[in-house]
Ligand binder design. Structure first.
Ligand code: MG
Length: 389
């Protein structure tokens, strides 16, 4: 399925008091238009973009619309929004099955909302993102008196994106050409007799129109939710070292390894599990092993660190992440770890809830130097990649 996106940025509205149309105002280091464009570039569902700019700005296309990861065509906007969209539609690839239209003034659109709208348009012909009204809606009559109260369950507030099968949009825009005026393309499609499906929008998908909207948007740019949405993949780093002492079992990655010494510590001192625990917690921004499992807590005395790691994986999941992969380096002069690597990988992958192939464990000596090289300690380094779900 070939999906093209039209970004409607042709408006000259300077209601916010500046000299530039509002879509060119900066919001946390990027213009509102760039933020909208970036969300569509990042969406796996979109093959190309057509951006309708105000006529006087077409000669001066901003750098962020050039040389990006997907083709971006620039067209002149028209007097009305639907004229801008019609101009852009003429430039859309002939291969397009679905065309998605988005207001540049909604920079907080999410990949999920884009996908839902595209999928519903493929199924129903046309679809728009919308959110249920939380306010009761009144219809006013003569003299400022209420004529009727509209049942709230029937009221949805339209957002963009709005997506259409190419043939449906062509039909809808033809209606507009005949003099129909509409604030959005869905209304044109409705008037042309096409069913339009409502799909779940996002309350954060704010349209920036007034100075108050802009202030709210500036707060949202700084919010953890928006930053998190924009960073789906995150990396974490973990490190641990324990002393090797006589009279303790050597436990690494949940495997008890026959050896003359073991690692000293409050729990079973499984430095592999501890480093991996810190790596996944770190990737999720969910603290560290000492915070969740303090060694002052008798509950963790001689604890099986595989159990700690399993709990950490649950904390990571609760924070909204899945672990993608983990890579571990164990720095130990002796014993040789090769015979135990597969068992460690199996234990770690079960505890974290990933496939064994997504966990890597490598042994290293320290060339005889430092405490690891002298056989006085074992150190472990781990990195983990997590993805927001
Ligand atoms: Mg430790």
């Amino acid at each position: 399925m070939h999906v093209s996106a039209i970004i409607a940025a042709g408006g000259r509205g300077v209601r916010l008091g500046g000299v530039l149309p509002k879509q060119f105002l900066a919001l946390g280091g990027r213009t509102i238009l760039q933020r909208s464009v970036d969300m569509f570039l990042a969406s796996d569902d979109i093959a190309e973009l057509v951006v309708a700019l105000p006529t006087d700005l077409v000669a001066n296309v901003p750098d962020y619309l050039r040389g990006r990861t997907k083709p971006i065509a620039i067209v002149e906007g028209g007097a009305r929004r639907q004229d801008s969209v019609a101009n852009a539609f003429r430039t859309v690839s002939g291969r397009a099955d679905i065309v998605v239209i988005h207001d540049a003034a909604r920079p907080f659109v999410t990949a999920d909302v884009i996908r839902r709208t595209v999928e519903a348009a493929a199924e129903y012909g046309a679809a728009i993102a919308a959110i249920p009204s939380t306010d009761t809606v009144k219809r006013s009559g003569a003299g400022g008196l209420i004529r009727e109260t509209i049942p709230r369950a029937e009221i949805f507030l339209a957002q963009t994106p709005q997506a259409f099968r190419t043939s449906v949009l062509r039909d809808a825009l033809a209606q507009a050409g005949e003099g129909l005026d509409a604030t959005d393309e869905a209304a044109l499609a409705e008037q042309a007799g096409h069913p339009v499906r409502l799909v779940e929008g996002d309350p954060r998908n704010l349209k920036i129109t007034t100075a108050d909207d802009l202030m709210m948007a500036e707060r949202m740019v700084d919010s953890p939710e928006v930053r998190a949405e924009q960073t789906r993949l995150r990396i974490g780093n973990g490190y641990d070292l324990h002393r090797l002492v006589a009279g303790r079992p050597l436990v690494l990655g949940g495997v008890t390894i026959p050896f003359a010494k073991g690692l000293d510590g409050h729990s079973d001192a499984d430095a592999v599990c501890h480093a991996v625990t810190d790596a996944i917690l770190g990737a999720a921004g969910a603290g560290d092993i000492g915070r969740h499992f303090p060694d002052t807590d008798p509950a963790w005395k001689d604890a099986n660190s595989i159990v700690l790691l399993t709990r950490a994986a649950e904390i990571v999941a609760m924070a909204g992440f899945v672990v993608v992969n983990v890579d571990v380096v164990v720095v130990a002069e002796r014993p040789k770890l090769v015979p135990y690597i597969e068992a460690m990988k199996t234990n770690l992958s079960k505890a974290i809830g990933v496939a064994a192939g997504d966990v890597s464990v490598k042994g290293k000596t320290n060339e005889g130097v430092d405490s690891m090289g002298a056989g006085a300690s074992i150190a472990v380094h781990a990195v983990a990649l997590v993805a927001r779900v």
